[in-house]
Design a protein around this ligand. Structure first.
Ligand code: PDD
Length: 286
């Protein structure tokens, strides 16, 4: 039976219900995380839970669980669902309260939900790359918060889907910010570049791992916004996220990136990333 974690209790999936006046349901008033599971073990759980805690502080939701308590609960959730390769989705909302835009004045317990999903590594995309389009970034200016309010991201992803593409690359004025659900990188020669971690992007955990791996392997990284022109002219382009890892981008707006082949630096980073997974989670199967 599929078990989910709801407010600290493990219950069957069918019994997990949300109140119509939950603020997450009505306002998107909450935060979430997606954590990768390889070989039954979470990858970079501490970093994800620290970002969750940072997001909760930014919007004033008090999480009553410590990071180590959450880790134990999530490990139990993986075990109860016998998950090997997949993800954990988890969210906290501000809780249930009569509808009113301002935060409730009375004490409200946040609603906490977590569940697992089987999800293989995207081997075909990792090997052959994906196509993308560019779209204007219409989102708010606190994209650093991993908020449940994803309408801007959802609309951007839908444009990609309608264009038969995997991802939308968003731009604000002349600068590329990030994908609808990923961070975007360019490579020129031996140097890689991605938008700085400010309020216009989510500071991806995969992004942070790539920067760390580059530091350890003498690869130069510049954290600075680049333009659409830079994107089109780059030697290589790739995206990063928990579910997509280091995915090569082989075309932007129907124009191939260089010859439309996966670049050498992207392959090198993919290998370093897989080594990092194996050293934390053990040998991975697919
Ligand atoms: N998305 N930027 C945005 C807007 C994202 O939604 C994500 C992740 C990222 C990459 O972050 P990370 O490396 O921590 O996954 C960047 C998740 C996977 C999602 O919403 O499903």
């Amino acid at each position: 039976m599929r078990m989910v974690l709801m407010n600290g209790e493990f219950i069957p999936r069918e019994q997990a219900k949300v109140d119509i006046e939950d603020r997450g349901y009505q306002f998107g008033d909450g935060i979430y995380e997606v954590i990768r599971v390889y070989n039954g073990k979470m990858f970079m759980a501490k970093e994800h839970l620290e970002r969750l805690s940072a997001s909760s502080e930014k919007i004033g939701i008090a999480i009553s669980y410590s990071i180590s308590e959450l880790t134990t609960l999530l490990e139990e959730l993986i075990a109860k669902n016998s998950l090997s390769t997949g993800i954990i989705y988890m969210q906290f909302t501000r809780g249930v309260s009569p509808r009113n835009h301002s935060y409730p004045t009375e004490a409200v317990t946040p609603t906490f939900v977590a569940y697992t999903k089987m999800l293989n590594r995207p081997l075909d995309n990792l090997e052959n790359g994906v196509s993308t389009i560019t779209v204007e970034d219409i989102r708010w200016s606190r994209c650093d918060i991993k908020s449940l309010n994803l309408l801007g991201n959802v609309m951007a992803k839908q444009k990609a889907t309608e264009a038969d593409c995997y991802e939308s690359i968003q731009y604000r004025e002349l600068s590329v910010t990030e994908g609808s659900s990923s961070n975007i990188w360019i490579v020129n020669g031996e140097k890689i570049q991605t938008h700085e971690a400010n309020q216009f992007i989510l500071n991806g955990i995969t992004r942070q791992k790539i920067i760390q791996l580059c530091g350890e392997n003498g690869i130069e990284v510049e954290e600075k916004a680049f333009s659409i022109e830079d994107l089109i002219d780059a030697d290589e382009v790739f995206l990063s996220s928990t579910t997509s890892e280091v995915t090569p981008i082989v075309s932007v707006n129907n124009v191939p990136v260089k010859e439309g082949k996966v670049g050498e630096m992207t392959k090198k980073l993919q290998n370093l990333f897989v080594e990092a997974i194996i050293s934390e989670c053990g040998q991975i199967s697919n």
